[in-house]
Design a binder for this molecule. Structure first.
Ligand code: HEC
Length: 231
């Protein structure tokens, strides 16, 4: 009896040791079934999530089409979810781990820059937890009115969402776009409109992703046409 027990325990220990050694006993992470991926009604991927990735992750030398550091290209829905996002499971999502969790496992992102804001983390966290769905472009358009183009309530929010992830200090490539004076400066010398409309001879901005919507471009053009007021 005693010998049988020792053999059973011994075999068990061998099995556990083998598991640990070849790491074959880790369970596949939970992936939310398609039918449960309802999304969060307040979150629209194109409007709320993609601009964070474009603005904070796709700078030159990082996760854009040219560099795709560590295999991560974070410039479109397909590219973002293909690697690093596990629908319905934040803890198993490498991208979430890198932006929200301090661990020895992954490098903290964005690299050598301030972390994402609490607002951005909340949005990305809820987006993953509810299934990381692609809500399409339609949900983002209704909130934009080209007839509203005040600096504080319309133009600055566009800059903050789409541009200041890269244009945040005077030494940033292309200069900063964080306040009225700097945005006005880019507008007055003509570069602002040239870049956002992807005009010939200008650098397309933002440099990755789909760019600003026609309505957002119209808001900026209207603001420039009326003399870039600080309103
Ligand atoms: C992912 C990073 C990134 C984002 C997001 C981004 N830019 Fe840029 N921008 C750059 C870089 C890098 C340059 C410098 C490019 C160069 O000189 O080749 C630049 C240059 C510029 C310039 C100067 C270009 C010139 O012709 O001299 C303007 C103006 C500009 N960006 C506006 C914008 C606006 C407006 C947005 C938001 C709608 C934006 N950028 C979003 C990285 C970015």
């Amino acid at each position: 009896m005693a010998i049988r027990k020792i053999i059973v325990v011994g075999l068990g220990m061998v099995a556990v040791a083998t598991c640990l050694l070849i790491n074959s006993c880790t369970h596949a992470p939970y992936v939310m079934p398609i039918g449960l991926r309802t999304g969060d009604p307040e979150i629209c991927f194109e409007r709320d999530i993609l601009p964070i990735f474009i603005s904070k992750c796709t700078n030159t030398g990082c996760h854009n089409a040219a560099s795709h550091e560590s295999g991560y290209q974070l410039d479109s829905y397909d590219n973002i979810v293909r690697k690093g996002i596990v629908p319905g499971n934040k803890a198993a999502s490498k991208i979430w781990e890198s932006i929200a969790i301090s661990s020895f496992d992954v490098e903290k992102m964005p690299l050598n820059a301030p972390g994402l804001s609490a607002r951005d983390l909340d949005l990305i966290g809820r987006w993953i937890a509810t299934g990381a769905i692609d809500s399409g472009v339609s949900c983002g358009i209704s909130t934009c009115d080209s007839g509203s183009f005040a600096y504080a309530s319309n133009i600055a929010p566009i800059m903050n969402t789409y541009c200041v992830g890269c244009h945040n200090t005077a030494s940033s490539a292309g200069g900063m776009l964080t306040n009225y004076a700097s945005v006005k400066n880019a507008a007055v010398n003509g570069r602002l409109i040239g870049n956002i409309t992807h005009a010939a001879g200008y650098k397309p901005m933002p440099p990755s992703g789909t760019g600003l919507s026609a309505c957002q471009i119209a808001q900026i053009k209207n603001w420039v046409a009326t003399g870039t007021p600080n309103n």
